[in-house]
Design a protein. Structure first.
Length: 301
């Protein structure tokens, strides 16, 4: 039985109306939490019904729903942005049905404009969404994925770089707005993730379990924009990060959330090897965490 002293290790379960069946099929592997994520909109899914169906699957199991996720661009002025905003609203309103107080996603971006030019629109959208969430006891967290954008242009997300985070947290100072962090997206930018984790830990509400491998030989021979990838996404346990150190820093900072494996990106453990890679990552992360063992009574320090 897990306790409040354990950081749960889980995975993403974004399968729309098929989510309950997917969770049921992979529960036996030992996942302890699930993020239910949606791409751009929640589509035809009825969240109250989904919550009931997922709850039935998790009955008699110790696993939990860690968070809901809605990954689109809510900052543009088009139908797709409106649908994503509605998705954020729906997830905020129904998070409690899943037993979670956390909704995650992209912060969005004014397309192909420098990051600072998105700040006014970000304040308009997430000032309101942040208040809506606070009224319902919900926290919001932004994934740190560049989505192939950079400081000057991009299509999806401004919340990929610490300089952008500082601007964002200055624009909307709400305590219930933070980050969904993983080392992979920072390593893509050649940022050392561990010092960053220590600095921003109070604002990290959720962690995605995804790692990266950096190929210095490729960088030296072909550079950052050559024919071969300098950095590749990997499942934890196959990448360069020391997750024992990451989990130690999370514990040092009092982190009470989960680490949910973001699969479907590893260039080797994919296709028929997808679940092989995910379960390896699950086992690896559990070993990095350790399992909580209470001290003998009368010997607590």
């Amino acid at each position: 039985m897990l306790t409040e002293h354990d950081i749960r290790i889980g995975t993403l379960a974004g399968k729309g109306p098929k989510t309950p069946d997917y969770i049921k099929k992979i529960l036996p592997h030992g996942f302890e939490s699930f993020q239910i994520n949606f791409w751009q909109t929640i589509g035809e899914v009825e969240l109250p019904r989904l919550a009931t169906e997922v709850g039935s699957v998790l009955d008699d199991h110790d696993a939990i729903i860690s968070s809901l996720g809605i990954y689109g661009n809510p900052l543009e002025s088009d139908e797709a942005a409106d649908a994503t905003i509605h998705g954020w609203e729906q997830c905020i309103d129904h998070a409690h049905r899943f037993g979670t107080d956390l909704v995650c996603g992209f912060a969005g971006r004014l397309r192909d404009r420098p990051v600072p030019e998105s700040m006014k629109r970000y304040r308009e959208v997430f000032g309101e969404l942040g208040k809506r969430a606070a009224d319902k006891g919900v926290r919001l967290a932004f994934e740190n994925c560049p989505m192939e954008g950079d400081w000057n242009r991009g299509d999806w997300n401004i919340a990929f770089n610490p300089a952008a985070w500082d601007l964002m947290f200055n624009e909307v100072t709400a305590d219930n707005i933070g980050l969904e962090w993983e080392p992979c997206h920072q390593m893509w930018q050649l940022i050392d993730p561990l010092p960053q984790l220590k600095k921003y830990l109070p604002k990290i509400f959720h962690v995605h379990g995804k790692d990266a491998t950096i190929h210095p030989d490729v960088l030296r021979e072909f550079g950052a924009f050559g024919p071969k990838p300098v950095v590749e996404h990997r499942h934890p346990g196959f990448g360069d990060s020391n997750w024992t150190d990451i989990i130690s820093e999370l514990r040092r900072g009092g982190y009470k959330g989960t680490i949910d494996i973001e699969g479907w990106h590893d260039p080797i453990y994919q296709g028929v090897l997808e679940m092989t890679g995910q379960v390896h990552a699950l086992t690896y992360l559990k070993n990095c965490r350790g399992n909580y063992i209470p001290n003998p009574k009368g010997f607590e320090i």
